[in-house]
Ligand binder design. Structure first.
Ligand code: OOB
Length: 535
């Protein structure tokens, strides 16, 4: 079988010395993502792997489905090492296709259902993808039309495979076939490409190896104390690192639990899925955590199976953190992670105060953390600075992005996260904002995160975003966009409220705008860039 070698062009590997260290320490175990499923299928073939409204797929069945898919993809002429754009929503076919692709040694480029022409064309061209997997439609949107446009622009895309009605393309369920042997997949090879959540410019690709991503998923599963009795609900888009591997779908498969999917993360749909499948663990972004906590007042689903709700992706305000456990009657876990690698978790047995007020501590003893000032020097312990990190599952460079890499990494391989943090003596990190998410008002820097945290403490405020607007005398002035229940506070009222909370005068808003909702990114975080465009 021929293997395409072009996938390694532009890949930045771990340096050999560190790779050896990570193997010696046992972080890298020489397993592939395909092995995770294979091993569980061997030890518990008849346990449920995928729960859906239609049927239950056991581990033996999922394992066979994945092999058949792998054979089918290879029979189409797709080779190990080739890249395939996957844009499937939260449906069981996501799991079958993903494991099929991995088993064939093909590299999935994991895009989100909300991505559109600009992102998909860019990612397909950058990765020189040969195939594109889509659903037929989601709501009003027809992915086959998108595929036709993308294909016209990206000549490498030879195949479009559709989960559902194929239209002019090929149906994904017509692909599986039987075959004799599948390629040996090397655990040091690229397993998946994740899309960066980057806040500026076009998204970048993050190549994760089997060794590093297996560790990411299995170590996360241990921190969450997953067992074969757990049922994980993929609520956020399954292709995102958080629901995929933290511990998510992959961690659950590694542990022998069951996975359920919901296409709709609203309380109505997600609570119904939790009740129906007796879900024990799920992961959400802060706006959803807030909505779920409030929704127990009007939704009457039985959520008693839920034991752990992971919240991450953006900062969870302390007021909202304190609401989760009483409302949902489950443990809260804060997760501060990034597709680039480093994951921080509050531990299940951490004191409550740490769970409510920090974003967790590093997953691995192999994670190296530095908190630095503007000159790149370490700040004093407990002081705020930019988080730099390096470790057994953190990238050493974005894929095919040498110029950007020169800025985004230090010479000794630390990734500059752009996140502002403080580290407590316990090792827990408190995220205070993004380096770039500041408003410069007359020369004073105002952290938007800090201001938003105070705004959310106001009883009428449900969602808040602070943005800088151009101002002829100040440079920028502080605009706060609020989603409220009841009456919008007046500017003097709000200033009084913030002053009483001890906020400095120069950080007080200059104007208030009301909104019915705030724009969100593909994974559901508040989208500042889009919001600025509306003001
Ligand atoms: C997760 O991954 P990405 O790649 O979509 O976004 C990463 C960025 C971080 O650099 C940080 O700026 C922000 O999102 N972030 C948080 C946060 N978790 C992520 N900021 C404050 N508090 C948190 N808890 O978002 C992601 C990946 C894996 C697990 C969880 C989240």
């Amino acid at each position: 079988m021929t293997t395409s070698a072009s996938h390694r062009e532009g890949y930045v590997p771990f340096p050999e010395a560190e790779a050896q260290e990570y193997r010696a320490a046992g972080y890298w175990a020489g397993r592939t993502l395909g092995d995770l499923l294979r091993d569980t299928a061997r030890t518990q073939p008849s346990s449920p792997a995928i729960l859906s409204d239609a049927a239950v797929r056991t581990y033996a069945e999922l394992d066979a489905d994945a092999d058949a898919m792998a054979h089918g993809l290879l029979a189409l002429g797709i080779r190990p090492g080739d890249r395939v754009i996957v844009q499937l929503p939260n449906i069981p076919e996501f799991a079958t296709a993903l494991f099929g692709i991995l088993r064939a040694g093909i590299i999935p480029v994991l895009t989100l259902p909300a991505h559109r022409r600009a992102e998909i064309e860019h990612l397909a061209a950058l990765s020189e993808a040969v195939a594109y997997l889509i659903p037929d439609r989601l709501g009003e949107f027809d992915y086959r039309e998108l595929a036709a446009t993308v294909r016209a622009a990206v000549p490498s895309l030879a195949h479009v495979l559709v989960a559902g009605e194929p239209g002019a393309f090929r149906a994904l369920d017509s692909v599986p076939t039987q075959g004799d042997s599948l390629p040996e997949v090397d655990s040091a090879e690229i397993a998946v490409m994740l899309v960066s959540g980057g806040t500026t410019g076009l998204p970048k690709l993050i190549a994760r190896t089997h060794d590093d991503y297996v560790y990411n998923a299995t170590a996360s599963a241990r921190v969450c104390e997953l067992t074969a009795d757990d049922v994980y609900l993929a609520t956020l888009p399954a292709a995102h690192n958080f629901p995929l591997a933290c511990p998510g779908i992959l961690g659950t498969v590694a542990t022998g639990g069951a996975v359920a999917f919901t296409l709709d993360p609203s309380p109505e749909a997600a609570f119904a899925a939790i009740e129906k499948h007796r879900v024990t663990v799920s992961a959400v972004v802060p706006p959803l955590a807030q909505l779920w906590s409030a929704a127990v007042d009007w939704e009457d689903a039985d959520l008693s199976s839920l034991r752990l709700l992971q919240v991450g992706g953006a900062r969870l305000a302390e007021v909202n953190a304190r609401e989760v456990e009483p409302a949902l009657q489950c443990r809260l876990q804060q997760v501060f992670g990034m597709a680039e690698g480093l994951l921080n978790y509050t531990r299940l047995d951490d004191p409550d105060e740490l769970v409510y007020t920090t974003q967790g501590r590093p997953l691995s003893p192999g994670d190296e953390i530095r908190v630095v000032d503007g000159q790149g020097d370490d700040v004093a312990p407990g002081e705020e600075g930019e988080l730099l990190t390096r470790g057994p599952y953190t990238l050493r460079g974005y894929y095919r992005a040498p110029e950007h890499n020169a800025r985004a990494f230090t010479v000794d391989g630390y990734y500059r996260s752009g996140d502002l943090v403080r580290q407590l003596p316990t090792g827990h990190l408190v995220v205070s904002g993004r380096i770039k998410d500041v408003i410069n008002r007359g020369g004073e820097n105002i952290s938007c995160d800090e201001l938003e945290e105070h705004l959310l403490a106001h009883p009428a405020v449900r969602h808040a975003a602070a943005v800088g607007l151009p101002d002829p005398s100040l440079g920028e002035k502080v605009c706060v966009v609020l989603v409220v229940t009841g009456a919008l506070p007046t500017l003097p009222e709000l200033k009084m409220f913030l002053t009483e909370r001890g906020l400095a005068t120069y950080k007080l808003p200059d104007l208030i705008r009301q909104a019915d909702s705030l724009p969100v990114t593909a994974v559901g975080k508040i989208d500042k860039k889009a919001l600025r465009g509306t003001l």
